[in-house]
Design a protein around this ligand. Structure first.
Ligand code: SAM
Length: 316
């Protein structure tokens, strides 16, 4: 999954034949819904999924029922904790908590995806990510475990990133924009999606991207609160990333950032929200565009955004 779905424009322009004709026929309804402006994601649908995911945590027969855009229904069995034979002898894959796959118009009308999985009208699906571990000791293999396990080291590194960020030219520019812009919409929330874990899995991962992105969320809350003549507590800060570890959660809690489980951060977004997201693995912009009109969105540029079709972003 990515912010912008894989382009299958080559397929659309080159490959034809019976299979392609069937694909076009089977996905015609989805195209019609899109052209008619029907949202592929709604708050009601996400609320229902959130409720089912929470229920599944305690249910004896955990199942999630999802309805597709054209009425198809699919039931997903939640199998957290189950194991499968690993890729190397003596290893096993273990299924992690369920995750949501957000399936945009681009994905649902992709010929490449159709050739792999066939027709589907589900804009949401549930899947399990997996981790590889030793079959006997149950210790996660390198690449799946964390290189630094000390909360103190990660907290100090985050504090130092906040200081570096607040001394930067970019921070000064942001401060100027927030303080001097004539009209500024009322802001009550900052919702940060996919800012990543601050706990590195590899010692070589020294870019501190996640820490700087969280620093931006925090200082934005301070600047906006000040501009509105309030204390920072009046602007709530929410963050959602399934990658957050217990250490991330404890540090962010100290900074009064509320961690939400997928999809609950999406449900918080309204017209007095600033949304922050950088290189998300999920199509944040597409989901947000369907469910809300936030006051501001801050994200990184995506190269593929430039691919336009009839004046519209092809993979919205
Ligand atoms: C490519 S990383 C980017 C991390 C960080 N923003 C950066 O720039 O380095 C994508 C992130 O999206 C997160 N992600 C995946 N599914 C998500 C979801 N449903 N909600 C929020 N974040 C999600 C992943 O856990 C991961 O941290």
């Amino acid at each position: 999954m990515s912010d912008v779905e894989d382009s299958d424009c080559e397929d659309l322009h080159s490959s034809h034949g019976r299979d392609y004709d069937t694909f076009m026929q089977e996905t015609a309804g989805i195209r019609r819904l899109y052209e008619a402006g029907v949202p592929f994601f709604t708050k009601e649908q996400l609320q229902d999924l959130s409720r089912q995911l929470k229920q599944a945590e305690t249910s004896e027969k955990p199942e999630i029922l999802i309805e597709g855009l054209e009425g198809t229904e699919e039931t997903f069995e939640v199998r957290t904790g189950l194991t499968r034979a690993g890729s190397e002898p003596g290893t096993e894959w273990v299924l992690k908590a369920p995750a949501i796959e957000y399936r945009t118009f681009g994905k649902l009308t992709s010929y490449r995806a159709y050739r792999m999985d066939g027709y589907s009208d589900l804009s949401l699906r549930v899947l399990h990510y997996m981790e590889l571990r030793d079959e006997v000791t149950k210790e996660l293999l390198p690449g799946f475990r964390y290189a630094v396990d000390s909360a103190e080291i990660i907290k100090n590194s985050f504090t130092s990133c906040i200081q570096t960020w607040e001394a930067s030219e970019s921070y000064a520019q942001l401060q100027k924009i927030v303080e001097s812009r004539e009209s500024f919409p009322p802001i009550t929330k900052i919702v940060a999606l996919a800012l990543g874990s601050m706990q590195p899995r590899s010692i070589d991962n020294g870019d501190h991207r996640s820490e700087f992105q969280h620093a931006l969320a925090l200082t934005l809350r301070g600047l906006v609160g000040k501009r509105q003549g309030q204390t920072t507590e009046n602007v709530q800060c929410y963050a959602q990333d399934p990658a957050y570890t217990d250490i991330d959660k404890s540090i962010l809690k100290k900074y009064d950032i509320t961690i939400l489980e997928d999809p609950d951060a999406f449900l918080e977004i309204d017209d007095s929200t600033i949304v922050l997201t950088f290189a998300p693995d999920v199509p944040v912009r597409q989901v947000v565009a369907d469910i809300a009109r936030p006051a501001m969105m801050i994200w990184n540029t995506c190269e593929d955004e430039r691919w336009m079709h009839n004046g519209r972003e092809q993979f919205m």
